[in-house]
Write a protein that binds this ligand. Structure first.
Ligand code: 2PG
Ligand code: MG
Length: 423
């Protein structure tokens, strides 16, 4: 089967900002569409999405956020090279690398390359009569990942109502994804109720559907979520544990870590101790970006003193980038990686990063972005790639629930196993 048509165009994401969509038509007449996500707490080492800041493509009413340059790159440069080609993910990704050999995909835009690469993967799966999950894992049992779900939002996703970006929960005692999700929904609803009862009248829904309830300290925020877990009748620790995304690059000034709500600044050494106290005194089993994206020494120092079995997760540090992952493996900077396709720019090289991480005993957490859309390919990638965990935000907003619902669908219709990396 061949590619007969490829069209890029601009659509909206869950924040109402423009993003890139690509629709790829095959010679059997079927059309396959992918839309790309976008971050807010974006790491400096991520692949570069193109935004029309000034220049001939800039659209007045989108304040520098339109993506017409990236769209034009699909239609002018990428489509002519792919039309008439056999549908094959490797062929597509190789062609994209030939057209833009830069490591960060800055010439075509990672939003252009990823949209085409994803639409190509979805179309290639169709050409084999398979779902995207089954395209990557055709035989046997499909592994459904453990969800890591946002309850409280802060940082760049919620107008800094917390110094850190997220307090999340991991339903590690659940026996199935279906059960896990029911616990999560109950805890989130309880947290909303408790928030109102405590006079947090705003209870704002943040970018990822989490609650933007303000707390001046991370301990208080964690204890609030612990109360919500207990109030629904679940056991903290054995049923449900906490995870934090510190997103510390956001408040590191190159020298000090500045927690504004706490009204305290920490040297690197002090911050390592502060983080270690948090994870030692609270039921936290995963900590993401505890240190800034280029503060490599704090990461490796923390790895040496942190509690055994703690998941130390690199997001801005690793940016789904093979070179940075290899450095982290050598320097023992982390033991887990967040996998975001749009940090990388291509489906096949994102998978290569995940494979390299797994080969080096890193936990793998496939993740959505704060700016999402209705697509559910993330659930298929996480499942088809047998990632241990998936992070999508909260259980509010259809751009989040489309992924959870796809996992529910897979659990209902396929032969599956629910993965528990914390056993
Ligand atoms: C993160 C992500 C998702 P963003 O930091 O892990 O929560 O946020 O997409 O804004 O980078
Ligand atoms: Mg993060």
């Amino acid at each position: 089967m061949k590619i007969s048509k490829l069209v890029g165009y601009q659509v909206l994401d869950s924040r109402g900002r423009p993003t890139v969509a690509a629709s790829l038509t095959l010679t059997d007449g079927s059309t396959h569409t992918a839309r790309v996500p976008s971050g807010a707490s974006t790491g400096a080492h991520e692949a570069k999405e193109l935004r029309d800041v000034g220049g001939k493509f800039a659209e007045k009413f989108y304040s520098g956020l339109s993506v017409q340059q990236a769209v034009s790159n699909i239609n002018e440069y990428i489509a002519p090279k792919l039309i008439e080609e056999q549908i094959d993910l490797e062929t597509i990704d190789n062609q994209l690398v030939l057209l833009d050999p830069s490591e960060d995909h800055s010439k075509l835009g990672a939003n252009a390359t990823l949209a085409v690469s994803l639409a190509g993967a979805i179309a290639a799966a169709h050409s084999q009569n398979r779902s995207l999950a089954r395209f990557f894992n055709p035989e046997g049992v499909l592994n459904i990942p453990m969800p890591m779900v946002n309850i409280l939002s802060g940082g760049a996703h919620a107008n800094r109502s917390l110094d850190i970006q997220d307090v999340l929960i991991i339903p590690k005692g659940a026996k199935s994804f279906t059960e896990a999700l029911s616990w999560i929904v109950a805890i989130r609803e309880m947290a909303a109720k408790l928030g109102k009862a405590a006079g947090h009248t705003t209870n704002l829904i943040a970018d990822e559907g989490g609650l933007a309830i303000a707390f001046d300290s991370t301990e208080k925020a964690c204890n609030f979520v612990i109360t919500a877990i207990e109030k629904v009748g679940l056991k903290v620790g054995s049923d449900v544990s906490l995870a934090l995304d510190i997103a510390s690059t956001q408040f590191f000034d190159g020298n000090k870590y500045n927690l504004t709500n706490l009204n305290k600044s920490f040297s690197k050494e002090e911050f390592i101790k502060y983080i270690n106290n948090l994870v030692s005194n609270l039921p936290i089993i995963s900590i993401e970006d505890p240190f800034a994206e280029d503060d490599w020494s704090s990461w490796s120092e923390f790895m040496q003193i942190s509690p055994k079995n703690l998941q130390i997760l690199g997001d801005d540090l690793l940016t789904t980038n093979l070179t940075r992952l290899n450095r982290a493996i050598t320097e023992k900077s982390a033991n887990s990686i967040l996998i975001k396709a749009n940090q990388n720019g291509l489906v096949s090289s994102t998978l290569n990063v995940l494979k390299q991480a797994r080969a080096n005993n890193f936990n793998t957490v496939v993740s959505a972005r704060s700016g999402e859309n209705e697509d559910s390919w993330l659930a298929d990638l996480a499942t088809g790639w047998s990632a241990g965990q998936i992070k999508v935000g909260s259980t509010h907003g259809s751009e989040r629930n489309s992924k959870w619902n796809r996992l529910l669908e897979l659990e209902a219709i396929e032969k599956t196993k629910f993965i528990n990396p914390f056993n």
